[in-house]
Design a protein around this ligand. Structure first.
Ligand code: JEB
Length: 270
């Protein structure tokens, strides 16, 4: 896979040289190029921003440097690729970036990330870019960042670790894909007793069936407590009796294969 990132703060992308992604680059699995948007300006002050039409706070990124940068990246393609590269534009107004998005994008040959700053990029850039790219405005989540760089670090790491050969131990990817959309179970390591706190005895029992069930029930408990929204999509159609009982203890009943919060259930949530 080839990834190009355009930013006015190329140094911000330095972490991509490290760790997993840096290793993938060294191993030739990932070709990553970071471009400084200011090198595509033509004025003496290398201007990338201007005041917003219609008024309002802050500045907006000018379109022409972006068109120059993106045209240069689009022209410099690996061979005669059929598909357009995907242009990902981090934005608080984008579609939510999820694990499913990461899997989709990991199948692409070339990804280009356009890191905005200020109040964002002149909207006409996204319209123009659709001639050369599949344009995807994407948001990391519902909070406000100062620019696209931090979002790109997160997205590139999420995508990069899915590329064949990048994650050292593919077992961890297999376990993830079996995770049913629930939160993960808690993990422990040695020593078995630490500052008067013991690892749950079941994990030392050697009973693999009981361990698997305990972990599943911990997933249910955590998800009900921290992310009850995830339980609406959970397939409870073929749950063992002990698992239905675990959900009943958490205040959830199974109706037609779906979990429903019992109206009279206590336990903190509204
Ligand atoms: C991404 C960005 C800004 C309004 C206010 C502030 C370019 N989840 C996310 N939150 N914020 C961003 C994001 C993602 N992905 C994000 C790109 C830019 C914020 N800003 C600041 C823009 N509009 C500028």
């Amino acid at each position: 896979m080839r990834i190009d990132v355009v930013s006015i703060f190329p140094e911000y992308l330095a972490p991509l040289e490290l760790s997993l992604i840096g290793k993938a680059r060294q191993d030739g699995l990932l070709q990553l190029n970071v471009h400084d948007l200011r090198t595509f300006t033509t004025d003496r002050h290398r201007t990338v921003d201007d005041t917003p039409y219609g008024g309002g706070a802050g500045m907006v990124m000018k379109p022409e440097p972006w068109a120059q940068a993106l045209a240069a990246v689009a022209a410099d393609r690996p061979g005669t690729s059929a598909a357009k590269p995907v242009l990902i534009v981090p934005s608080p107004a984008g579609e939510r970036f999820t694990q499913a998005t990461a899997h989709e994008l990991a199948e692409e040959e070339q990804l280009v990330f356009a890191c905005g700053r200020y109040e964002g990029i002149d909207e006409r850039v996204m319209e123009w870019a659709a001639e050369h790219f599949t344009v995807r405005p994407m948001s990391l989540g519902d909070y406000v960042l100062n620019g696209g760089e931090v979002a790109v670090l997160a997205m590139v790491e999420a995508i990069g670790r899915l590329l064949p050969g990048v994650v050292g131990n593919p077992d961890s990817l297999v376990e993830e894909s079996h995770s049913d959309g629930l939160l993960e179970y808690p993990v422990y390591t040695k020593p078995s007793s630490w500052r008067d706190r013991d690892v749950p005895a079941v994990l030392l029992s050697g009973n693999h069936g009981k361990i698997a069930q305990w972990r599943r029930h911990e997933q249910y408990r955590r998800t009900a407590e921290r992310r009850p929204d995830l339980l609406a999509g959970f397939d409870a159609g073929a749950l063992p009796r002990a698992d239905r009982a675990a959900f009943a203890d958490l205040g959830y009943d199974v109706v037609d294969g779906r979990l429903h919060r019992r109206p009279d259930a206590g336990g903190g949530q509204n």
